[in-house]
Ligand binder design. Structure first.
Ligand SMILES: [Zn+2]
Length: 378
């Protein structure tokens, strides 16, 4: 038994300064008072007053540590990306493949399956972002890859067999029946790179689409007469919204407006991170194009944003320092809510008995000092 003591622990009702988290193997055994007899018998780790939060869950990670999933969808790439992001508090993530052809998607799924089976720390599934998107909102995605979603794709996207499969697609480019079929197979659907109207996106929420990918980016914007995909996402009380909080992808004022529009539980931080996160690279190649990393952003030769250069710890800090959110809320947007979005809310994203012991400790400056994944410290 491991006892994590002397921390300010984020529990369901807020921070507690007098609790000790007991870890037994891979799970949280109990959250107890310091005087509990089990604490004296456990191996004690003094966290020196750190914030102890549920480990961050990042649904959108293209790369990190110099590696890009699209470049080589292999177990090694997933391991490199996971290790890079772990330093910033991410203890669960979905390697994310940007629009590719059928065989590359198959390779990506195979690599993620093998990574999960071989216990690569942190990988909990895959995010297939495109190619079933709208060319009008493709952003940096390769136009040549974009195509319709057919029955062969449905079978492939439903085939992971381990962990979660999240698919970003443009609902208007496929049929309600296909959306319902994928959702029934357990695929988590998110609307993104979409030019759908408010009506089309709202309708897609009734056909199995659970959320939107990087709210406001690469989607029909909210205009007061045509609310678009962004308006549909904010008007629907239940849809989850992934947000990139690097201060560039979405203006802080617009993020504050969005966060005021509906309940906190429906927002989740994603990094959309590129290989530069956790490395000192100032450029990388994406599908044959050179992407520059400067001033905290990634841009192609036309100045189009190509993913992000932000990490999860910085995103949480930005929520607190740039948006003025309480740390508890920011931390839940980085852990509890994405876990719930993925259907893992009963095992991941909270500090509570029976939950996976995936945790992050941050110091008073909100820098990561330590992480645990399923009870293993680093
Ligand atoms: Zn995207």
């Amino acid at each position: 038994m491991l006892a994590l003591a002397n921390a300010r622990v984020l529990l369901d009702d807020g921070f507690a300064g007098d609790k000790v988290v007991l870890i037994d193997g891979t799970k949280i055994a109990a959250v107890v008072d310091a005087t509990d007899p089990r604490v004296a018998k456990a191996e004690r780790h003094d966290l020196a007053g750190a914030w102890l939060l549920p480990g961050f869950v990042d649904c959108q990670v293209n790369g990190g540590g110099g590696a890009l999933f699209n470049d080589a969808p292999t177990v090694e790439t997933i391991r490199t990306i996971g290790a890079a992001h772990r330093r910033f508090g991410t203890t669960a993530f979905l390697p994310t493949l940007i629009s590719e052809d059928f065989s590359m998607i198959a390779r990506a799924l195979k690599a993620v399956r093998h990574a999960i089976e071989s216990g690569v720390p942190g990988v909990i599934g895959v995010h297939i972002e495109g190619p079933f998107i709208n060319e009008a909102r493709r952003g940096v995605h390769d136009a040549a890859m974009i195509r319709d979603l057919d029955t062969r794709d449905v079978a492939l996207l439903s085939s992971l067999g381990a962990g979660c499969t999240l698919v970003t697609l443009a609902p208007e480019m496929t049929t309600p029946a296909t959306l319902r079929h994928l959702a029934m197979e357990g695929v988590v659907l998110s609307a993104g790179h979409t030019d759908g109207t408010y009506e089309e996106i709202t309708e897609s929420f009734r056909n199995g689409v659970r959320g939107v990918t990087h709210l406001f980016n690469a989607m029909s914007p909210m205009h007061h007469r045509t609310p678009g995909a962004a308006g549909a996402a904010l008007a629907d009380p239940d849809c989850w919204c992934g947000i990139i909080v690097d201060g560039v992808h979405v203006h802080p004022a617009v993020l504050r407006i969005a966060l005021a529009a509906k309940r906190a539980e429906r927002f989740m931080l994603v990094t959309d991170a590129m290989p530069s996160v956790g490395s000192d690279q100032d450029w990388f190649m994406l599908q044959g194009r050179r992407i520059r990393v400067q001033d905290g952003i990634c841009v192609d030769e036309n100045g189009t944003l190509a993913g992000a250069a932000v990490d999860m710890a910085t995103s949480v800090r930005n929520c607190v320092q740039m948006l003025g959110l309480p740390l508890a809320r920011a931390a839940r947007m980085a852990s509890t809510y994405p876990a719930e979005f993925l259907g893992l809310g009963a095992e991941l994203g909270r500090i509570a008995p029976g939950y996976r012991a995936s945790l992050v400790a941050m110091d008073s400056g909100l820098e990561v000092t330590r992480t645990w994944i399923d009870g293993a410290a680093a």
